[in-house]
Design a protein around this ligand. Structure first.
Ligand code: PDD
Length: 281
């Protein structure tokens, strides 16, 4: 595998990241996962814009990553990935002797990128059948809009989902079902598509944004408002969205079936609309 590391392309195995790297010591960094369909990047600009916004919020010394689109393309080519793939980028505040405050003098961020083949098979099966999910208390920090690599709460919640045979764990804060460990959450309530507003409590998903646009285009009413756990019985359909998740129906929440316990018509309409877009990309 040929990877990208601080401006250079090199075999992944040859990369040595300093134990002083702030990504290692403090999870002081950001990441992105970009999807490629048939070797072509999907919505890369949106992902790199989000990285830029995150870098600005974290006050990283480098705050523009538009050039990474070309890097992502090169990674696909250099690794012969002209089928389905993902490109992963991670940017940290760099390597410096351990101290909580920003390094002084400033250091260059660490920038790492890797492309990998993506087998859509298992995901497509889940998109067909749907998955059960569990609800877990949101124990994350209050800047979930930043895609930082500090994912301990997500890791623990996802492991809980796995151990209980669920496809995802959804975080609940103050009675509101916010999002999954690596996906956004949407529900159909009273024939409207409802999803948590793009606040500091959720990641502003690239797929979330696209699905809301597709819903508008399909004439499905959209309401960006809290989905309360207490109103679960009003949910007729639900699904999760994400770069690798695409639109995956939710068939049960904490073992209670959603609607008929099968993917519903709004979900199917949006899945088809998303497939049209990714096919054209
Ligand atoms: N996760 N919410 C969280 C907490 C996420 O980690 C993700 C993505 C999403 C969906 O965002 P998008 O549509 O931009 O992929 C929502 C990536 C894929 C991951 O961690 O692997």
């Amino acid at each position: 595998m040929i990877a990208y590391f601080n401006g250079e392309y090199c075999p992944k195995e040859s990369i040595a990241i300093s134990p002083d790297d702030r990504g290692f010591l403090f999870a002081d960094g950001l990441y992105e996962v970009i999807r490629a369909y048939r070797g072509r990047l999907f919505r890369a600009e949106d992902h790199l814009e989000r990285l830029k916004a995150g870098a600005r919020s974290l006050n990283l010394t480098v705050q523009d990553f538009a050039h990474l689109k070309q890097v992502a393309q090169k990674l696909l080519v250099k690794n012969g990935l002209n089928a389905d793939a993902t490109v992963y980028f991670q940017v940290t505040r760099g390597a410096a002797p351990r101290g909580h405050a920003f390094p002084d003098p400033k250091v260059e961020p660490t920038v790492y990128g890797i492309a990998a083949p993506f087998d859509p098979g298992p995901g497509l099966k889940k998109q067909e059948t749907g998955v059960p999910v569990i609800l877990v208390p949101d124990q994350r920090w209050a800047r979930c809009d930043l895609k930082t690599c500090g994912l301990t709460a997500n890791v623990l919640a996802n492991q809980r989902a796995k151990e209980s045979g669920a496809g995802e764990a959804l975080f609940v804060r103050d009675g509101v079902i916010l999002e999954g460990t690596h996906s956004n959450f949407m529900a159909v309530v009273d024939n409207r598509l409802v999803t948590a507003p793009a606040s500091n409590h959720i990641l502003h998903g690239i797929t979330r944004k696209l699905v809301l646009e597709l819903a508008h285009a399909e004439g499905i009413p959209v309401w960006e408002a809290p989905v309360f756990e207490a109103d679960r019985h009003k949910i007729s359909e639900a699904f999760i969205t994400g770069t690798t998740t695409e639109i995956t129906p939710v068939t049960a929440i904490d073992s209670t079936p959603v609607g008929e316990g099968e993917p519903g018509p709004v979900t199917r309409t949006l899945q088809n609309a998303l497939r049209q877009v990714t096919k054209k990309s």
